[in-house]
Design a protein around this ligand. Structure first.
Ligand SMILES: *Cc1c(COP(=O)(O)O)cnc(C)c1O
Length: 421
């Protein structure tokens, strides 16, 4: 039996209709930009394996640091105990995220990082003796698949089966200078109920790589702060260089109360989530009353191997060579954007930092919409490129190790697809 057949006997894959899905491609090795299957075929991983792999696959430096950690301390309970990697990572991360963020809470993935932020926000008000049950979020948002994270994400076909179980959210449009007044009055009507405002700064990832400007967002955050709404920046996707700066919040003047991190945090090596918060949030849980404690944790909270991977990934990220690579990708994306943006088959070619996205024209026909997605996916795959469109949205989110020649190869294939599909 092949690996794919054995897989289908025992495995249920994420986001996959198992009845109709093609057998999964068996990957046996990773090497920088490339994934290699059991027949030796090489694929350019231009989506960074679900946006996590920022330095390329099987990076020798991360592998070495992880291996050293495995041979030193693989795990320790994190209540009542600590370890060097967790402390060093918190110290170093708080040096590079917005300066008001002083405390680090560890968890396992992006969804849990969001759950923790939401629980911090709800309990902040609970500990203050104030009842606020709603959350403010953007239309088309995505914050994860666990119940709280799903609640604050946009309602969609994916959330329909759970609709009646999700808590109440006030949705607003992405801010522009034109609609700001309308958004403000929408918020004012609800302000006594709104505990927090959660958003993906600058780029809504799973919503379709939708991009928006920092200035009106900044204005919206300032307004929410005046209404005593806590600010949660979900940088699970935008963090660690994706938007051209280390964090998307660097484009804002207003600082968030809480931030969520995962995906690129460990360089895509180990699962890990982090929720950071401002001192004022942390202090609201300090009390002689034990019931004001944040009662949240996971078996693998602050896993030392994941912390070691994160420290190694941060070393790589902060190297001048990596920062130059990020700028190179941004510059080349911008040139290619200008080259193709008026193509009749495309709508809204857009870029933010190392993310390039474009909508394939579907003339409003939804069956064609899915057909285009599958055609594009197969087209690039057969050319040795992993590009996984979301509906008609084609996007590039490469690891920072990609070379100029490799980028040109991918751009050329996109131009070929524009001719052929
Ligand atoms: C992917 C993502 C999440 C969820 O992270 P998981 O690790 O998949 O649970 C949350 N927020 C944003 C912005 C994301 O892109």
């Amino acid at each position: 039996m092949t690996l794919s057949q054995r897989d289908l006997n025992v495995i249920w894959h994420p986001y996959t209709q198992m009845k109709t899905a093609k057998p999964p491609i068996p990957i046996v090795k990773g090497e920088g930009l490339y994934l290699i299957d059991e027949n030796g075929n090489r694929y350019m991983d231009v989506v960074a394996s679900w946006w996590v792999n920022i330095h390329g696959h099987a990076h020798p430096y991360i592998a070495q640091k992880v291996s050293e950690q495995l041979n030193t301390l693989e795990h320790v309970i994190f209540a009542g105990f600590t370890h060097p990697c967790a402390v060093e990572l918190a110290e170093r991360l708080t040096q590079i995220i917005p300066s008001n963020q002083t405390k680090i809470f560890y968890s396992d993935n992006g969804s849990t990082a969001v759950e923790v932020a939401l629980k911090m926000a709800f309990q902040y008000w609970y500990n203050s003796g104030v009842t606020k049950k709603k959350v403010l979020a953007f239309n088309n948002s995505y914050h994860g698949d666990t119940f709280g994270a799903m609640s604050v994400s946009a309602r969609s076909a994916f959330t329909n089966p759970f609709e009646s179980l999700l808590f109440e959210v006030e949705y607003i449009d992405l801010p522009t200078f034109e609609n700001l007044d309308r958004l403000k009055s929408q918020i004012s009507e609800q302000k006594n109920q709104l505990s927090s405002f959660i958003f993906e700064p600058l780029v809504q990832g799973a919503g379709g790589m939708i991009m928006y400007h920092p200035e009106p967002l900044n204005e919206l955050i300032r307004f929410c702060k005046k209404q005593e709404i806590l600010i949660i920046a979900d940088e699970v996707m935008t963090g660690f260089g994706r938007t051209g700066k280390l964090f998307a919040c660097e484009y804002l003047n207003e600082q968030p109360d809480m931030m969520c991190f995962s995906k690129g945090l460990t360089g895509g090596t180990m699962p890990m989530g982090i929720t950071s918060c401002a001192e004022s949030i942390y202090e609201r849980f300090l009390s002689d009353d034990k019931l004001k404690t944040l009662f949240h944790g996971h078996s693998f909270t602050a896993n030392p191997v994941a912390c070691a991977a994160s420290l190694a990934s941060m070393d790589l990220l902060l190297k001048p060579e990596t920062q130059q690579q990020i700028q190179l990708i941004a510059t080349k994306h911008e040139k290619f954007k200008q080259k193709i943006e008026h193509h009749p088959k495309l709508k809204d070619v857009r870029r933010c930092g190392t993310i390039l996205a474009m909508d394939w024209n579907t003339n409003g026909n939804t069956s064609y919409f899915n057909e285009v997605r599958d055609k594009l996916y197969e087209y690039f795959l057969s050319n040795g490129i992993i590009l996984r469109p979301m509906g008609n949205v084609l996007y590039l989110l490469p690891p920072y190790c990609i070379t100029a020649a490799e980028l040109d190869f991918v751009y050329n294939k996109i131009e070929a697809a524009l001719l052929e599909i």
